[in-house]
Design a protein around this ligand. Structure first.
Ligand code: CTP
Ligand code: ZN
Length: 154
Protein backbone atom coordinates (compact mmCIF):
# COMPACT_ATOMS: atom_id res chain seq x y z
CA UNK A 1 0.00 0.00 0.00
CA UNK A 2 1.35 3.47 -0.79
CA UNK A 3 1.13 6.38 1.61
CA UNK A 4 -1.60 7.84 -0.60
CA UNK A 5 -3.96 5.04 0.29
CA UNK A 6 -5.79 4.72 3.56
CA UNK A 7 -6.90 1.36 4.85
CA UNK A 8 -9.86 2.91 6.65
CA UNK A 9 -11.23 6.24 5.42
CA UNK A 10 -10.83 9.50 7.29
CA UNK A 11 -13.68 10.40 9.56
CA UNK A 12 -15.52 13.71 9.72
CA UNK A 13 -16.03 13.88 13.49
CA UNK A 14 -15.09 11.67 16.40
CA UNK A 15 -12.11 9.99 18.05
CA UNK A 16 -9.27 8.05 16.44
CA UNK A 17 -7.31 5.81 18.81
CA UNK A 18 -4.06 5.16 16.98
CA UNK A 19 -0.90 3.18 17.80
CA UNK A 20 -2.79 0.58 19.82
CA UNK A 21 -0.64 -2.49 20.59
CA UNK A 22 -1.28 -4.95 17.75
CA UNK A 23 -4.23 -7.23 18.47
CA UNK A 24 -5.56 -5.27 21.48
CA UNK A 25 -8.36 -3.28 19.84
CA UNK A 26 -11.17 -5.59 20.95
CA UNK A 27 -9.92 -5.33 24.53
CA UNK A 28 -9.79 -1.54 24.10
CA UNK A 29 -13.45 -1.55 23.08
CA UNK A 30 -14.36 -3.77 25.98
CA UNK A 31 -12.63 -1.40 28.44
CA UNK A 32 -14.44 1.55 26.91
CA UNK A 33 -17.71 -0.34 27.28
CA UNK A 34 -18.42 -0.15 23.56
CA UNK A 35 -19.95 -3.31 22.05
CA UNK A 36 -21.51 -1.94 18.87
CA UNK A 37 -25.10 -2.00 20.10
CA UNK A 38 -24.88 1.77 20.75
CA UNK A 39 -25.26 2.21 17.01
CA UNK A 40 -22.33 4.59 16.50
CA UNK A 41 -20.18 4.06 13.42
CA UNK A 42 -17.01 2.25 14.37
CA UNK A 43 -14.05 1.13 12.24
CA UNK A 44 -11.24 -1.10 13.40
CA UNK A 45 -8.02 -2.00 11.65
CA UNK A 46 -5.97 -4.72 13.30
CA UNK A 47 -2.30 -5.64 12.94
CA UNK A 48 -1.54 -2.91 10.43
CA UNK A 49 2.20 -2.50 9.71
CA UNK A 50 3.63 0.43 11.69
CA UNK A 51 7.12 1.91 11.56
CA UNK A 52 7.32 2.46 15.29
CA UNK A 53 5.40 -0.50 16.72
CA UNK A 54 5.84 -3.19 14.09
CA UNK A 55 2.11 -3.91 14.13
CA UNK A 56 -0.62 -1.67 15.45
CA UNK A 57 -4.39 -1.46 15.71
CA UNK A 58 -6.43 1.65 14.93
CA UNK A 59 -9.95 2.40 16.14
CA UNK A 60 -12.16 5.12 14.73
CA UNK A 61 -15.22 6.00 16.74
CA UNK A 62 -17.43 8.46 14.90
CA UNK A 63 -19.42 11.28 16.46
CA UNK A 64 -18.03 10.68 19.93
CA UNK A 65 -15.22 12.58 21.66
CA UNK A 66 -13.64 10.49 24.41
CA UNK A 67 -12.31 12.33 27.46
CA UNK A 68 -8.74 11.96 28.73
CA UNK A 69 -10.13 10.23 31.83
CA UNK A 70 -11.94 7.64 29.72
CA UNK A 71 -8.89 6.85 27.62
CA UNK A 72 -6.22 6.80 30.34
CA UNK A 73 -7.23 3.30 31.47
CA UNK A 74 -6.22 2.13 28.00
CA UNK A 75 -2.59 2.84 28.91
CA UNK A 76 -2.55 -0.46 30.82
CA UNK A 77 -2.95 -2.53 27.64
CA UNK A 78 -2.00 -0.01 24.94
CA UNK A 79 0.70 2.22 26.47
CA UNK A 80 1.70 3.78 23.13
CA UNK A 81 -1.85 4.73 22.11
CA UNK A 82 -2.46 8.22 20.78
CA UNK A 83 -5.86 9.85 20.96
CA UNK A 84 -6.89 12.11 18.09
CA UNK A 85 -10.02 14.20 18.35
CA UNK A 86 -11.34 14.96 14.87
CA UNK A 87 -13.70 17.79 13.93
CA UNK A 88 -14.62 18.62 10.35
CA UNK A 89 -12.03 16.07 9.11
CA UNK A 90 -9.17 17.84 10.97
CA UNK A 91 -7.28 16.51 13.99
CA UNK A 92 -7.93 19.33 16.48
CA UNK A 93 -6.37 17.64 19.49
CA UNK A 94 -3.76 14.89 19.88
CA UNK A 95 -2.69 13.35 23.17
CA UNK A 96 -0.99 10.29 24.59
CA UNK A 97 -2.67 8.02 27.11
CA UNK A 98 -1.27 8.51 30.62
CA UNK A 99 -1.14 6.00 33.45
CA UNK A 100 -3.94 6.74 35.92
CA UNK A 101 -3.18 6.48 39.67
CA UNK A 102 -5.71 3.68 40.10
CA UNK A 103 -8.36 1.78 38.13
CA UNK A 104 -11.73 0.52 39.35
CA UNK A 105 -13.76 -2.29 37.80
CA UNK A 106 -11.40 -2.69 34.85
CA UNK A 107 -9.20 -5.57 36.04
CA UNK A 108 -10.13 -8.49 38.27
CA UNK A 109 -7.86 -9.95 40.95
CA UNK A 110 -6.60 -13.50 40.26
CA UNK A 111 -6.18 -14.27 43.99
CA UNK A 112 -9.04 -16.62 44.94
CA UNK A 113 -8.83 -15.54 48.60
CA UNK A 114 -9.22 -11.87 47.71
CA UNK A 115 -12.44 -10.28 48.93
CA UNK A 116 -13.16 -9.25 45.35
CA UNK A 117 -13.38 -12.97 44.39
CA UNK A 118 -15.61 -13.87 47.35
CA UNK A 119 -18.97 -13.09 45.82
CA UNK A 120 -19.26 -9.96 47.98
CA UNK A 121 -20.34 -6.90 46.01
CA UNK A 122 -16.87 -5.34 46.06
CA UNK A 123 -15.67 -3.61 42.92
CA UNK A 124 -12.07 -4.59 42.19
CA UNK A 125 -9.63 -1.74 42.53
CA UNK A 126 -5.96 -1.63 41.60
CA UNK A 127 -3.31 0.96 42.38
CA UNK A 128 -1.18 1.63 39.33
CA UNK A 129 2.57 1.25 39.93
CA UNK A 130 5.34 2.43 37.60
CA UNK A 131 5.56 -1.11 36.17
CA UNK A 132 2.39 -2.96 37.04
CA UNK A 133 -0.71 -2.77 39.20
CA UNK A 134 -1.44 -3.81 42.81
CA UNK A 135 -4.80 -5.01 44.15
CA UNK A 136 -5.98 -2.43 46.67
CA UNK A 137 -7.54 -5.22 48.79
CA UNK A 138 -5.02 -8.08 48.93
CA UNK A 139 -1.84 -6.57 47.51
CA UNK A 140 -1.50 -9.02 44.61
CA UNK A 141 0.74 -7.47 41.98
CA UNK A 142 0.17 -7.98 38.25
CA UNK A 143 2.97 -7.01 35.94
CA UNK A 144 2.39 -8.73 32.65
CA UNK A 145 -0.46 -9.70 30.32
CA UNK A 146 -2.93 -7.37 31.99
CA UNK A 147 -5.34 -8.03 29.12
CA UNK A 148 -5.79 -11.54 30.56
CA UNK A 149 -7.12 -10.02 33.76
CA UNK A 150 -9.75 -7.73 32.29
CA UNK A 151 -12.95 -7.83 34.34
CA UNK A 152 -16.02 -9.11 32.53
CA UNK A 153 -18.16 -6.13 31.49
CA UNK A 154 -21.05 -5.75 33.91
N1 CTP B 1 -7.61 10.51 10.94
C1 CTP B 1 -8.88 10.15 10.54
N2 CTP B 1 -9.74 11.10 10.06
C2 CTP B 1 -9.37 12.37 9.95
C3 CTP B 1 -8.06 12.78 10.34
C4 CTP B 1 -7.20 11.79 10.86
O1 CTP B 1 -9.26 8.99 10.62
N3 CTP B 1 -10.23 13.25 9.45
C5 CTP B 1 -6.70 9.47 11.48
C6 CTP B 1 -5.49 9.21 10.62
O2 CTP B 1 -5.79 8.20 9.66
C7 CTP B 1 -4.49 8.71 11.65
C8 CTP B 1 -4.87 9.48 12.92
O3 CTP B 1 -6.21 9.93 12.72
O4 CTP B 1 -4.66 7.33 11.89
C9 CTP B 1 -3.97 10.65 13.20
O5 CTP B 1 -4.01 11.53 12.10
P1 CTP B 1 -2.80 12.50 11.76
O6 CTP B 1 -2.41 13.26 12.97
O7 CTP B 1 -3.18 13.27 10.54
O8 CTP B 1 -1.69 11.44 11.32
P2 CTP B 1 -0.17 11.33 11.74
O9 CTP B 1 0.49 12.66 11.65
O10 CTP B 1 0.41 10.21 10.94
O11 CTP B 1 -0.29 10.90 13.26
P3 CTP B 1 0.87 10.54 14.30
O12 CTP B 1 1.90 11.62 14.22
O13 CTP B 1 0.13 10.51 15.62
O14 CTP B 1 1.38 9.18 13.90
ZN1 ZN C 1 -6.98 -8.96 45.37
Amino acid sequence: MTEHELRVSKIENGTVIDHVTGGQSLNVLSILGIDGTEGSVLSIAMNVPSGRLGRKDILKIEDRELSQEEVDVLSLIAPEATINIVRDFEVIEKSRVERPSHVRGILSCPNHSCITSSGEPVTPKFDVLPTGVRCAYCGTILRENLAEHLAKPS
